[in-house]
Ligand binder design. Sequence first.
Ligand SMILES: *Cc1c(COP(=O)(O)O)cnc(C)c1O
Length: 395
Amino acid sequence: MEQGYRRVFAQVDLDAVVFNMQSMRDRLPAHMKMAAVVKTDAYGHGAVPVALAADPFVSFLCTASPEEALNLRMNGLTKPVLVLGPSVGDCYEEMALAGIRPAVFTREQADAADRAGTKTGMRMPVHLALDTGMNRIGMRPSEESLELAAYIASLSGVRIEGMFTHMYRADEKDLTSAKEQVRRFAGFREALGKRGIVPEICHVSNSAGIMELLGAEFDMARCGITMYGIYPSDEVDRSLLAIRPVMSLKSTVSYLKEIGPGDEVSYGGTFRADRKVKVATIPVGYGDGYPRLLSGKGSVLIGGKRAPILGRVCMDQFMVDVTDIPEARIGCKVTLMGKDGGEEITAEEIGLLSGRFPYELLCDIGKRVPRVYLREGKIVGTKDYFKDIYTDFAR
Ligand SMILES: *Cc1c(COP(=O)(O)O)cnc(C)c1O
């Protein structure tokens, strides 16, 4: 195989990341900044190469945890990083030194940021997290929260740089609740302003919000799933934003044989042939994050044609029907997700067949699957975990 990874690899098209970011840039009003959401290792794509590709477009990078943020720093990314989730433990000092912003919505978090800011002498920038309906994290828009915000604003080790909330229903046809969230956010911002607290960067829109231009009156949009070329749901109007899938999943045929009537395939013998069937074995399985629920349902592409899965997907292998694909050979290319000729298997299709949410499917592509990064059709880097690194188990 061209990449030297014979068993399986995920191809990550960095030009598609750039295309998708440009597409969102063109959609968003000029005053809005963009942030790239690269949590969960950039939805399974690899945070560092994705952040590098998105870098020319963005003012911020967003992660879910301080560890993910520090990983970006260790790999040379210099843009401000915002941790969207709660930053727990005594990580604030390290964050302050690295220019990593916590989401703050409790007095304890604010005090921790204040101590870190005071100790490092850097006045730690923080973003207030506002809960406008999701009930996940954030302070509710209330009088009490105004008091908390005033308290945070009074701390000498902290600077309120931004404020954000998260849309939880912007990917639905009915946008009533998303609009209500925007209204609550705007109301709280105004109330803060009356107290002389003006967060410089207010941000509300996620991918669905960007598509619908919800929260486009604020200062920044957080680009998530659409940066990876996947629509937030099947209810959004796709004509609003042109995007291209970033990840493809490729393998090769490892074995080929013909079976006859009565022969069974894979665990449980759930496929039994009633004729001659040409069977190809693919060396990928649910241990790679390829859903077992595709058993007897999914298909792969070989020679630009669909080869249906026969029987159950195993941990490391599964079988497909190549009776109608005479060009199938041991070693030939197999596309599990992505394009081959005129055919395409999308993350949405796999998600639908396997009862998996497309976001989840991408995040769960396993560590055993090397990532190969392409720019203008050329490999510009790879990432694999073949050398497992443990601590404290050395003998
Ligand atoms: C994950 C996340 C995003 C990105 O969401 P998408 O639907 O992928 O665009 C934005 N903001 C917050 C707070 C998130 O947790």
